[in-house]
Design a protein around this ligand. Sequence first.
Ligand code: BV8
Ligand code: ZN
Length: 253
Amino acid sequence: MHPFERPSRELTGRLRAGGALVVLTGAGISAESDLDTFRGAGGIWEGRSALEVATPEAFDADPLAVWRFYARRRKDAAAAKPNAGHLSLAEIEAARPDVLVVTQNVDGLHQRAGTKRWIELHGSLWRLRCVRCRKEWSDTRADLGTLPPKCACGGLVRPGVVWFGESLPTAAFAAAEEAARRASVFLVVGTSALVRPAADLAEIAQASGSWLVEVNPEETNLSAAADERLVGPAGRILPRLAEALRASAGDVA
Ligand code: BV8
Ligand code: ZN
């Protein structure tokens, strides 16, 4: 299987035949919106271990330090704009009945790009949860003011994200797994595919007959298993996929 920059006939053919498309996205799709990835050079985790800021133990030990890390990410995500990668996925979804975006990202950029059918496997920066009364709510303010925020019940509030060692939301993961089993094409965009069980969805999809396509400028530990690799940034590759699907649908390009 050679790395290409243009979608193969197998890929466009399956989608033209009305096959279900599931897209698993990671931090790489938001890189061109100037949001740092986790593990690349200059990545979010660089200079600190994820275990210092993205585990329940880290939060228990120093809620303020963890909140400072997430407050920074909220500000960056609020200032970020969806890029051509996010927008192309929303365009593909608008033209087809059966598209689902399953994201590991917590930045909310898919929703801001117009994607309607999405699953957030790792929660969202824009959800908060009280550690005492367990209430969970949405809060889209870029700046929360005093940190750490407090619930009306007086309890400490934490970011509504899934930390390492915490289970993924059961219903969300079950729905993602079900969609992976049904997918005719499973597109993996901008993820190092290291974090599990999210990364397992690719194997589940391929084992159920999906055509597994990776969109990434780098090799990952999924690259060898992929049926097709589209090598390049999502902001360049995904508009090409949208264009190939428009052309094949007979639209005037
Ligand atoms: C759990 C929080 C267990 C929010 C995150 C086996 C099974 C289950 C669990 C495990 C397992 N083995 C190990 C585990 C534990 C752990 C895990 O996977 N560890 C790994 C690191 C070894 N998993 C967990 O703890 C999970 N929980 O399973 O609990 C359990 C079971 C039962 C009962 C109780 C407990 C929870 C995992 C979720 C952790 N939370 N984030 C936040 O702060 O964001 S994970 C974190 O990594 C982010 O959410 C991120 O989405 C995720 C994955 O990172 P990527 O998105 O892939 O980003 P990365 O930087 O790594 O890669 C970027 C890629 O983009 C690169 O490939 C790059 O080349 C590419 N790129 C760059 N530019 C572009 C581009 N691509 C396209 N275009 C570009 N322009
Ligand atoms: Zn509370």
